[in-house]
Design a protein around this ligand. Structure first.
Ligand code: HEM
Length: 425
């Protein structure tokens, strides 16, 4: 299948296009989402455009959800937590087999008290506590440390002349920054990395039952680890985020809330930013926009998040019957707010499939969400993306894709990330 979106064509003739040969469905002929197809994450834009024009409230049998695709509708839904509830929205465990649920026990609905998974007034209380750690001053203070972490990785890897960007360059600085921020000892970083990967796969990406069991056990091991970390900071506080949160146990937060928060923020550091960085580097290389001009980097970060966001959308539950564009979304339905589609809505972003690092309103994407649940780590994520691109551009100005490499994306409903990206310089 040829990729039909011109802006996603490779600029290198030796590099294969992003969309591999596909059987069954294609975005052109698709009548529903198809998480098992490569186009679902790599290039759904033809399909999403059709939905925006013809069926802006689409019922997906495949996802078991209604899908909103227009920018204005997605934003309005995010802004309306009284009708679009977050309660349980992250616990996409419907696909878990009975055996897996048994193994998970109490934790089958894990994340039940994570800040993104609850509504006001619980949300208001949790959000207030978390926000304490993400003041502008605290975020700015992390820049030098993050720059150094990037320099260290490059000192080690640059002499190789080539690498898997995802495994060797993009992941480590974010993971290490997050680990230090949380207070995870350096020797445990690898453990955390492996387990959060399993957790992500278990809850956010459909898996066969026997694989689910392996992932569920890994997840419980991880949870036990975080639980012990929290207990150790209760006993002996240090200068880290975990201690800041354990200091609120009994007044603002419960022990379980702190465990869920820490586990999830570690996931964020190990996954969302590295995914977005990989997507962004791939985009810049394929557009012939490497190294990015320093004065354009900030806006290029936004344009990369718009066009290749590492988050594809958020789930909500309808708290009442909702009438929209002639369709009634019945009370209790699951609704996917497709920020990926919103970011390609031609009524907001002219020529949406074109990459334009000077685009005036690039930051009108909702890859960080919108409204009361707007990503609390957005400033930190932006700082990391900008800093990483600055350092990489300075140190590896000749960065290029390995010719002939085949690009595939991890299969996920809500996340876009590359398992591997081979580069040389
Ligand atoms: C490029 C990187 C990132 C992306 C694309 C991203 C995306 C998102 C999105 C879409 C939401 C809203 C979820 C919803 O409304 O249901 C969110 C919320 C959240 N994010 Fe991020 N995130 C990123 C990085 C981070 C980082 C680095 C942290 C922390 C260190 C973080 C922590 C959180 C938290 C705690 C929430 C919940 C906020 C609330 O519910 O009030 N994120 N993020």
């Amino acid at each position: 299948m040829e990729n039909t979106a011109p802006a996603t064509q490779s600029t290198s003739p030796a590099t294969e296009d992003v969309t591999p040969a596909m059987e069954g469905t294609s975005p052109a002929g698709a009548t529903d989402f198809d998480v098992t197809s490569d186009w679902h994450v790599a290039s759904p834009y033809e399909f999403l455009r059709r939905l925006r024009h013809e069926r802006p409230v689409f019922h997906s049998e495949h996802l078991g959800a209604y899908v909103l695709t227009r920018h204005a509708d997605v934003r309005a839904a995010y802004a309306d937590p009284r009708r679009f509830s977050s309660e349980g929205s992250l616990t996409i465990s419907r696909s878990l087999a009975a055996e897996t649920r048994k193994v998970l026990g109490d934790h089958g609905s894990f994340l039940s008290s994570f800040v993104a998974n609850v509504d006001p007034p619980t949300h208001t209380r949790l959000r207030r506590s978390v926000s304490r750690a993400f003041t502008p001053r605290a975020v700015t203070a992390m820049e030098q440390r993050f720059r150094r972490l990037n320099e260290e990785v490059l000192d080690r890897v640059a002499p190789q002349g080539g690498a898997d960007f995802v495994a060797e360059l993009g992941h480590e600085p974010s993971a290490k920054l997050t680990a230090r921020f949380i207070g995870v000892p350096e020797e445990d970083e690898e453990f955390v990395k492996e387990h959060v990967k399993d957790w992500f796969m278990l809850f956010l990406s459909p898996q066969p039952p026997d694989r689910q069991l392996v992932l569920a056990r890994s997840f419980l091991t991880y949870l036990d680890y975080v639980d012990k970390l929290v207990a150790s900071r209760v006993a002996e506080p240090r200068d880290d985020f975990t201690s800041l949160m354990t200091g609120l146990i009994g007044t603002e937060l419960s022990h379980r809330e702190v465990v869920e928060l820490i586990s999830t923020i570690l996931l964020g550091g190990n996954d969302t930013v590295p995914n977005q960085l990989g997507n962004s580097v791939l985009r810049l290389l394929r557009e012939g926009a490497w190294p990015p001009a320093p004065e354009l980097i900030q806006n290029a970060v936004e344009e990369c998040m718009r066009i290749d966001g590492s988050s594809l959308g958020s789930f909500r539950y309808a708290l009442t019957d909702i009438d929209l564009h002639g369709v009634t979304i019945p009370k209790g339905s699951l609704v996917l707010l497709s920020t990926d589609s919103a970011a390609h809505d031609e009524t907001v972003f002219p020529s949406p499939e074109s990459f334009d690092p000077r685009r005036q309103n690039a930051d009108a994407h909702m890859t960080f969400g919108y409204g009361i649940h707007f990503c609390v780590g957005a400033a930190l994520a932006r700082l990391q993306l900008r800093t990483a691109l600055e350092v990489l551009g300075e140190r590896l100005p000749g960065l290029r894709l390995v010719p002939g490499m085949r690009i595939t994306y991890r299969k996920s409903i809500v996340g876009r990330g590359l398992p591997s990206l081979l580069v040389e310089w």
